[in-house]
Design a protein around this ligand. Sequence first.
Ligand code: SAH
Ligand code: AVI
Length: 721
Amino acid sequence: MDGHTYPITGATVCTQHSETICSQRYRAVRAATLSLAAPLSAEDMVVQSMPDASPAKWHLGHTTWFFETFFLKATPGYIPFDPQYGYLFNSYYEAIGSRQPRAQRGLLTRPPLADVLTYRQHVDTHMLRLIEQGLSCDVRDLLELGLAHEEQHQELLLMDIQHLFSLSPLAPAYDPAFKPDAPKPEAPGAPGRYVSRPGGLVEIGAEAEGFAFDNERPRHKTWLEPHAISDRLVRNADWLAFMADGGYSRPELWLSDGWATVQASGWTAPFYWRQAGEDWQIFDLRGLQPLNPDAPVTHVSFYEADAFARWAGGRLPTEAEWEAAARDGVLHQVEDVAWQWTASAYLAYPGFQPGAGAVGEYNGKFMSGQMVLRGGSAFTPQGHSRPTYRNFFAPDKRWVRAGLRLARDAGSATINLDDGFAADVVAGLSARPKSLSPKYFYDAAGSDLFEAICRTPEYYPTRTETRLLSDIAGELVADWPNDTVLVEFGSGASDKTRLLLDASARIATYVPIDISPDALNAAAARLKTAYPALSVLPVVGDFTQNVHLPDALRDQPRIGFFPGSTIGNFTPDESRRLLRTFRTVLGADARLIVGADMVKDEATLHAAYDDTGGVTAAFNKNLLTRINRELGGNFDLDAFDHLAVWNAAQSRIEMHLVSRHDQIVTAAGHRFAFKASERLHTENSHKFTPESFAALCEGAGWQVAKSWISPDPAFGIFVLA
Ligand code: SAH
Ligand code: AVI
């Protein structure tokens, strides 16, 4: 066989894996390709939507050709299925011979699909026979390459079908149930956090043992400067903020080639985004879908990723930074969402040796003009990728399922878009309607203002809940076991906690969790003084995330405590997610005590959120003060009014800040336009009935075991199990 030097069968049979394992893997990979093609019609499989994409029928033929060419044609006595297929299905192997031009693969209406499927069967029969005879170690490696090659084409097949279908006026779904882009439930749409990385000498690349592509080798040392890398991918919401800030029309954000491409191609949004009136839709393998702002952005080119990173005050990570961080386990969304563009050009590692023979053309000859992507995507077959894997594409390609994560140099003074607050402010002020999470109320001043709200005559929830808790505390704690760990979510001043601590000596440990370090540390210090025998272990953090409790507490019984009707600050969907997260944090057997405010007359509700002393208004506006201080904002507090309204349809009090006139505000390095009367939605406080609350809990896998409702103004305490 041209250019191929391995003996295909031989005396030195490899003993690493049994023939059975090899043939099982061969069968599984080949069958997976066919099942990916199963939803397609014969017509779907012929058309080539652009020169970069190949028809599905060609993928089926080419992956088969690979095995026929590199294995069977080197086997004595093998008769090729059809001598012309060598021309039709060679992709780019010069050593093998001439081929159908890449851009004309869509002209191959012949051979018909049925013949290509028969070709697959023919080659499979011969391959399985060969495998069962026993393969030398080198040929085993080549077989792994053939299977990895086929898996790469499985991803290409999906990319190419998405592109083809995106051009159809019918916007067909390839598979209505295809894995959605939604983030994993344990971290729904969380913005990335920069993780500091010390730098120094690291090793990257694949070890000599085990399967890897030639371009991943050799493993070698490289130097990293101190830097930070985001643990999550950039989200659609962040991309909307970039677009709203003129991201696609500001040349200063773009590389020269990128800017030329934007102008020549008229890019204004990621590849598969479609504008539908005021909203955006995204075309994916399920057809047209509403854009999910929390999902990671996908189908952007390197040029766009690079411009976004510059806009966000960061940069793309280098491939070495990425690999070291992935190896150290600090990254989320590594292989299962989208390939991640890196700042690294696709080049040979020092000491690189292309594979022997014609397969040496597999990777090495493409090391010019392309950028490295790391990770893997929702289209990548499971187990195909690894931390050393180097994917590569030209910088203008957008049909790749690629997104990005941010990095930045240590000590860079630019505003940190990726650290939650800044990112959420930019995304929230760019959205329509404008909104921000109420969790940002609680800086030191905000926590004090909340305490002050609790002392206003109008804000009944705190007093009412406290009275009810003191009435029922004995009953609540009656059956708590020794060494109970009490975990409080959003503990604030931890005042209500004292009622439980006073009622039960069996609470050995108290873990208050709060996003506000000032409130938390002050409360923890007070409790340590007041309860010297109690172990107090404060955790600063966002309780919507999967907070990790100290390992030492793993085997102790746990009770969760979530008072204050803080649950009302979440939408029903968010509340269910939160209740599930609490289950994960607390463990399957734990109980959870929740305080929830009840629906009542509108006047009482309204007064509680718009007290005559203006404390709630000050609490609401403190958000703007915080943005001014922490994100270099220039909000004029007198240009906004506090508004509290009852939304009967959603059963919630809403707080807004209303712009008094047209104005432009700067924050986090971005400009935001407010129209007169335009609202910034800052908080929801849902109010419940005992029934609606029980239904909410049941929807999240919790049952109400016991409940008490106070006399008017009604407030409920619920024990969930
Ligand atoms: N549990 C106390 C305080 C309620 S006020 C009581 O019942 O009186 C709400 C508290 O939750 C504040 O202290 C605030 O800082 C905290 N908080 C709000 N959102 C949070 C989040 N996402 N993660 C952690 N704490 C949060
Ligand atoms: C913390 N949370 C339950 C309070 C509430 O009632 O929604 C926060 C608050 N907002 C305005 N006043 C109090």
